[in-house]
Design a protein around this ligand. Structure first.
Ligand code: PHE
Length: 339
């Protein structure tokens, strides 16, 4: 009987099947009641008492062996069906690299989010513009140097097709379409014909803000700017407004924030002044309101605009503006933010 068991063991270790049905046939052949192993159990009755223990163990072992072999054959067909063959589901999964937002997008989103809390909505306009929306409607006199080829990229030598040099063009588009109250914020790319350096680029980003309604005053502008500065740079931030000039605002100012790096004490970032210039602002010139079809007797407004790269450089201590455009992942990977 032991020989029989050994022979069967050898036979079973060599069996193969090409389908699940064939594996089932093999199960019947070996493992069913009348199967080859089943018959061994019948013959077991005749085994002499002193051999029963050893023989019983050998038959059971053979049965387990056959069971395992046939199960694994069956399983291989199941996996084939579900496309899992050759896949070990117990291996650890792939680690997907989670991307991070570009620092300029982070800064833009943060600024948009702060103004959204004050009721400002986002509006966007085209990057390819005409003279009217970039200059004329914004009260730029015809001889203004900003219109010069030195600053502005013109397309196809047609002075009326140009790349916008500031997002103020979107102010005009919004005012032409909408009557006050207007409370909007305009993020976008702008273009100026400047040599590329650590501090300047011919493509950069601005975010501009416009509020037009009855009784909008310079005090509203100042308070809005203070709120923004403290939300963005921290609650201890101070602001300072210096008189300035823009064709489309009157009066105009430049806003400085207290240096967030040295806390106003003076360092090489603020050039030992304690202040950082971050934006231009002012009350919308009544001429601009009129040119855009808004009653300048009834309404007043304020506007301001800032460069996103500059804010990002100050916020993250980036010393070279070109890094924002190189898309080197070693640089980009360092920015993680909820915005
Ligand atoms: N458009 C101005 C610039 O590009 C910024 C600005 C916007 C100033 C709105 C005043 C009001 O520098």
């Amino acid at each position: 009987m032991l020989d029989k068991i050994k022979a069967l063991q050898q036979e079973i270790s060599a069996i193969e099947a090409t389908s699940a049905e064939q594996a089932e046939e093999l199960r019947i052949k070996y493992l069913s009641k009348k199967g080859l192993i089943g018959q061994l159990f019948n013959e077991f009755k005749n085994v002499p008492a002193d051999q029963k223990k050893a023989m019983g163990a050998a038959i059971n072992e053979l049965k387990d062996f056959a069971q395992e072999k046939i199960n694994s054959l069956k399983e291989s067909f199941n996996q084939k069906q579900s496309g899992l063959q050759g896949v070990d589901p117990s291996l650890p999964g792939y680690v997907f690299a989670v991307g991070s937002r570009h620092p300029l997008a982070v800064v833009r989103n943060h600024i948009v989010e702060i103004f959204a809390r004050l009721g400002f909505i986002v509006s966007e306009g085209p990057e390819i513009e005409d003279d009217w929306h970039v200059f004329s409607a914004l009260n730029f006199p015809p001889e203004h140097p900003a219109r010069d080829m030195q600053d502005t990229f013109f397309i196809e030598k047609d002075p009326d097709v140009l790349l916008r040099t500031h997002t103020s063009s979107v102010q005009v588009r919004v005012m032409e379409k909408t009557q006050p109250p207007i409370r909007a914020i305009f993020p976008g790319r702008v273009f100026r014909n400047e040599a590329i350096s650590a501090r300047a680029h011919c493509i950069f980003h601005q975010i501009e803000c416009l509020y037009v309604d009855e009784n909008v005053s310079f005090a509203d502008l100042k308070q809005t700017l203070l709120y923004f500065a403290r939300e963005f740079f921290g609650e201890k931030t101070e602001i300072r407004l210096r008189p300035s000039y823009f064709p489309f605002t009157e009066p105009s100012a430049e806003m400085d924030v207290s240096c967030s790096i040295c806390g106003g004490k003076g360092c090489n970032v603020c050039k030992y002044t304690g202040w950082l210039e971050i934006m231009g602002c002012g009350m919308v010139d009544p001429n601009v309101l009129e040119l855009c079809g808004i009653d300048n007797e009834k309404y007043t407004g304020f506007a301001f605009g800032m460069g996103i790269e500059r804010i990002a450089m100050l916020k993250y201590g980036v010393k070279d503006l070109r890094l924002f455009f190189e898309n080197d992942v070693r640089f980009l990977n360092q920015f993680h933010s909820a915005y």
